[in-house]
Design a protein around this ligand. Structure first.
Ligand code: SER
Length: 563
């Protein structure tokens, strides 16, 4: 079955079925959320359950109790494994979820029925063996036994916390024992591959790692589309499936399978990340993107990939996915430009860097002068049997970061150094604009950059399409309405933890101090911010957007004036 058919069948199955224990309403199909989660404690979306996290914790789900989705995911935890038969950084996860709707029996039976319906045989299953904190999952074992699985036949196995316990994403959240489904159809030596992970969210794990019982019993399942496609298509690895077929390195002069797979995986991940507005940089998400892009370039080099070969592959990624994720086609030109620029930047230094590296240049110099991510240097070192002093690198890196952070703060203050009345007004207008964008374009909007002078404000944010006249009018009108309402601008000081609960932040929370200022404009806007701001919105006059343009892949830029 080709992968689009699998996606379709999965969603069709769950939309029609399920929830007999809760009225049989079936599952509501929810679109994939962004790869950039709103939870500031995690950088990327790594599982289908992430967008539903609050509903496992008792918040009412607007979609009902049972939902299903096909979620874009990105994980770097397995990056070292990419190159084998089954690991990826970017993948799609099919999942059905229930927030107090149904229990273990229905979850397990639905999984089995779905796999039957697409002719996939379950070879064995695993169940949580229990430990000091959480008891053995006897209930799941009995359900599987009722379906013909048993320890005696070797089709039911018990495993510990390492294998059969999942969660939470981020520092705290729902988690619980799992039961996992394996197929032995494809891999060499009939070694099993996990195709479906069914998590029973029974616990909440706190920051100090202690567990408390959750009030609502939750089901969170995740099945990697690529692995399912591999089993369904009878392939011996995920790179042979239709999701990768066309991503074989163009112009490769010799077959280095690992390098070819790394290039295919990383270019795919890069395309998706760039489509969400991330640009290569030296911090946070941008750094991760840079790391995988540069790794792809380096392995492309090993393969003898033709010049700009990566761009050709990126175009293929868009082709494979455009029907499911139309945002790729919309930002294709931007995606290709970003990749080309990074390729040009890095190619220039790759040769020189490699040369210097073989002459013994230290890892930190390679990073600052040649843009070699430390992970790449470590990899090169390992290949060549050279030892790198990681501690020394980290020490220098920390010092370097402190210096650049101080520099950035100075710059930021400098940007607002002229605290003349005008710039203060624009600063408050900036907050109104962000809140208006979130209300009109969607809650996923974040500030990507801003620049204020006494004459105008310039504001960058993540959005993949050009704004039309109507949207611009709506945004202007909403800001002007808030100005007319003459709302008081309040400043509150509070611990960062509290502030992050009430405000969405556009920057890495680590960048803020432990006690932060929060600026609140009625119920309309709430932001962590150093200030200063005006007293009441009525002082702003009339707000007008003067220009709308692109500012890189997936980033739009607005200029606005106060008249
Ligand atoms: N959250 C679990 C996982 O990522 C199941 O969806 O495997």
């Amino acid at each position: 079955m080709d992968s689009s058919k699998i996606r379709e069948e999965f969603l069709k199955f769950f939309s029609a079925k399920g929830g007999s224990a809760s009225g049989g309403e079936g599952h509501k199909i929810v679109p994939s959320s962004s790869l950039l989660p709103s939870d500031p404690s995690v950088l990327f979306t790594t599982a289908g359950m992430q967008q539903f996290k609050p509903y496992f914790l008792g918040e009412k789900s607007p979609y009902g109790n049972n939902v299903a989705s096909c979620q874009k995911c990105f994980r770097t935890s397995d990056i070292e494994e990419v190159g084998d038969e089954r690991h990826l950084t970017f993948f799609e996860m099919l999942g059905n979820f229930s927030f107090g709707g149904y229990g273990k029996e229905e979850a397990i039976k639905l999984a089995k029925e779905f796999l039957n319906s697409i002719n996939i045989k379950i070879d064995y299953v695993t169940v949580f063996a229990g430990d000091n904190d959480v008891p053995k999952d006897e209930e799941s074992a009995e359900i599987w036994e009722g379906l013909g699985f048993s320890e005696k036949k070797g089709t039911l196995k018990f495993c510990g916390r390492e294998d059969n316990f999942w969660g939470p994403t981020g520092e705290e959240g729902p988690c619980g024992p799992t039961t996992e489904i394996y197929s032995q159809a494809c891999l060499p030596d009939r070694q099993g591959i996990e195709i479906w992970n069914i998590v029973f969210n029974q616990h909440y794990r706190h920051k100090d790692k202690s567990l408390t019982k959750l009030e609502t019993f939750g089901v969170d399942t995740g099945m990697g589309l690529e692995r399912l496609a591999m089993v369904s298509q009878g392939k011996s690895n995920i790179f042979e499936t239709d999701l990768f077929e066309s991503l074989k390195s163009i112009g490769a002069t010799y077959g280095n399978l690992k390098a070819e797979r790394i290039v295919a995986d990383h270019i795919k991940a890069a395309v998706f990340l760039i489509s969400e507005g991330i640009l290569p940089s030296n911090v946070e998400r941008g750094y991760i993107l840079r790391r995988i892009l540069r790794r792809a370039i380096r392995y492309g080099n090993v393969l003898g990939l033709a010049k700009h070969g990566l761009i050709g592959l990126a175009g293929k990624v868009v082709e494979i996915y455009q029907d499911v994720y139309p945002e790729l086609k919309l930002s294709e030109a931007d995606i290709l430009t970003v990749i080309q620029k990074e390729e040009e930047k890095f190619e220039k230094t790759l040769d020189e860097g490699l040369k210097q590296f073989s002459k013994g240049l230290d890892a930190f110099e390679l990073y600052t002068t040649y843009g070699f991510p430390i992970e790449l240097t470590l990899e090169l070192a390992k290949e060549k049997g050279i030892k790198i002093d990681v501690e020394e690198f980290n020490k220098k890196f920390k010092e370097h970061q402190e210096i650049s952070r101080a520099g950035a703060e100075k710059k930021f203050k400098g940007g607002l150094a002229d605290t003349g009345e005008k710039t203060v007004k624009y600063h408050t207008a900036n907050h109104l604009l962000l809140a208006a964008l979130r209300q009109i374009l969607g809650p996923e909007i974040y500030q990507k950059g801003s620049n204020i002078t006494a004459e105008r404000l310039r504001f960058d944010f993540n959005y993949s399409e050009r704004l039309n006249e109507e949207q611009i009018k709506k945004i202007e009108n909403l800001v002007n309405q808030k100005i007319k309402e003459d709302i008081a601008v309040e400043m509150l000081e509070m611990p960062k933890g509290e502030a992050l609960k009430i405000a969405k932040v556009s920057f890495d929370p680590a960048k803020y101090g432990e006690v932060v200022k929060v600026y609140k404009i009625g119920d309309f806007s709430i932001e962590l911010c150093g200030g200063p701001h005006i007293q009441r919105t009525g002082e702003l006059g009339h707000f007008k957007i003067t220009k709308e343009e692109s500012s890189g892949a997936g980033i739009r830029r607005l200029r606005a004036i106060l008249e």
